[in-house]
Design a protein around this ligand. Structure first.
Ligand SMILES: [Zn+2]
Ligand SMILES: [Zn+2]
Length: 467
């Protein structure tokens, strides 16, 4: 069993970081990029071949909003020369297997070393670790229980938090090799990701770094153990890095006076383990299955077509697209087209895959569809995102939703407002404004907080239109 565990667990490798403020050689940059997941195979990390370095750097620069020229420009060098988590950025490719989580919602943890002889202020470390676990349990359907390594040594432990040296092994997993932090390196710690077969996984934190162990607010420039522990515990629960600066899962150390989860982090943990069950349940007598975002001086489209009216009771499965004065209405595998100028509508619908021939057959349904300000059309199916040109229908991008939108639950609806903003509505009471240039969510918020009276489960969203 241990052999299997060793094979399936994701090994997170520490890496050698150059000292801060110094030069960064190409070899050091390649080492950094390889361990953070920006070389997709070992051959491409050839020191003699600069092209893969440029490609890896460009990808890294694009993700972290650095000047994107594929070279070791000053901003990129100083960004790399920070304190980093030792986990790879491309763990999301493994998460697509949906295996990257624990198969239980109640997890037991302990802190090593067990003796104050090796860990002075051990009670303080336990207290901070407990706070870090509570960050995640307060926002998800997870529970954590502390196990005393002496008095409860027969109780199995799921998560071992180990404060350890540069050269270290595992505390409770006997067959795994050394996983050293490099001497003089700038690694805060690293963690092992779970999978559905995990029984024990570990978090290793650099004991030799000077940590701030007291209550928040953290004094300027101090290194918060609570912040780093919350991040590493995020990994051991199955959450990958986020390029969102506000996320606790941002991979390099960000100074903040207080530690809290961002909306990104809450979405990620709830996607894996569900949201925290409500203490009291509120009985609602009405249920709305669709909502509209009205804009001034607009008028609702009058769809007096019997066949379409039959869809009224099935609104939850419909999507709309308005382009070039045409309204497309999607229901399951069918599409109706309405000319908004002439109000003409076809008698019988088309099969979507006959119209959008790039879609796979059989095709389930469109979860959301909209036109970006640059006229490209974005289409969500259950598992894929397509971006295509209108009206040539040439596919510009085809990507698995989980690859493109790691840490986000499924899209349930999309809308673009008359102010040129695009909103995506997610499966768990969250919605985001979308940065259509970078194709990333920003300003994620709770639907029920922003739109009072709207149910948290959105099935369909559309806007009124000027006609
Ligand atoms: Zn990390
Ligand atoms: Zn380690």
């Amino acid at each position: 069993m241990y052999v299997i565990l060793a094979l399936v667990a994701t090994v997170v490798v520490a890496l050698i970081h150059p000292a801060s403020g110094g030069e960064l050689t190409q070899e050091e940059a390649q080492t950094f990029l390889r361990f953070h997941g920006y070389f997709h195979n070992n051959e491409s990390a050839d020191v003699q071949n600069l092209e893969p370095l440029a490609a890896g750097l460009s990808e890294f620069q694009a993700i972290y909003n650095l000047p994107e020229d594929g070279t070791l420009n000053p901003q990129t060098v100083s960004f790399i020369q920070n304190y980093w988590c030792g986990s790879s950025d491309n763990y999301y490719t493994l998460r697509n297997s949906k295996q990257g989580k624990w198969n239980t919602n109640i997890l037991r943890w302990t802190v090593y070393p067990p003796s104050t002889a090796y860990l002075p202020h051990r009670q303080k470390y336990i207290g901070i670790t407990r706070q870090a676990f509570e960050m995640w349990s307060a926002n998800s359907n997870l529970q954590f229980e502390y196990v005393n390594p002496y008095s409860q040594k027969n109780i199995s432990v799921n998560i071992v938090i180990s404060f350890t040296e540069a050269n270290h092994t595992f505390q409770r997993i006997n067959n795994r090799d050394w996983c050293p932090f490099p001497t003089g390196g700038m690694i805060l710690g690293h963690a092992y990701f779970p999978d559905l077969m995990s029984t024990t996984e570990e978090v290793h934190i650099q004991k030799s770094l000077s940590w701030y162990l007291n209550e928040e607010p953290v004094p300027e420039g101090a290194r918060s153990l609570l912040r780093v522990l919350t991040h590493e515990i995020g990994h051991v629960l199955g959450i990958a890095h986020s390029a969102n600066y506000e996320s606790i899962m941002y991979p390099s150390l960000v100074f903040e006076n207080t530690t809290k989860l961002s909306q990104d982090d809450i979405l990620a943990i709830q996607e894996l383990y569900g949201s925290k069950p409500a203490v009291r349940t509120t009985v609602t007598t009405t249920k709305t299955t669709s909502t509209t975002i009205p804009t001034p001086n607009t008028q609702e489209i009058n769809l007096k077509v019997p066949k379409l009216c039959d869809l009224n009771s099935k609104m939850s499965n419909t999507s709309f697209l308005i382009v070039n004065n045409k309204l497309y209405l999607f229901y399951k595998k069918y599409v109706w087209m309405l000319n908004l100028n002439t109000r003409e509508i076809q008698d019988t619908p088309l099969v979507i895959t006959d119209w959008l021939t790039f879609l796979p057959t059989p095709f389930e349904k469109i979860s959301g569809i909209y036109q970006k300000p640059d006229n490209e059309v974005v289409l969500f199916s259950e598992s894929m995102v397509y971006i295509f040109e209108y009206a040539s229908f040439k596919v510009l991008k085809r990507e698995h939703y989980n690859v493109l939108m790691r840490n986000y639950p499924a899209v349930r609806g999309v809308v673009n407002s008359y102010r040129g903003k695009t909103y995506w509505f997610f499966d768990n009471n969250m919605f985001s404004e979308i940065d259509d240039c970078r194709f990333l969510p920003k300003n994620t918020a709770l639907i029920t907080e922003q739109f009072t009276g709207v149910p948290s489960k959105i099935d369909s969203v559309f806007r009124y239109t000027d006609v």
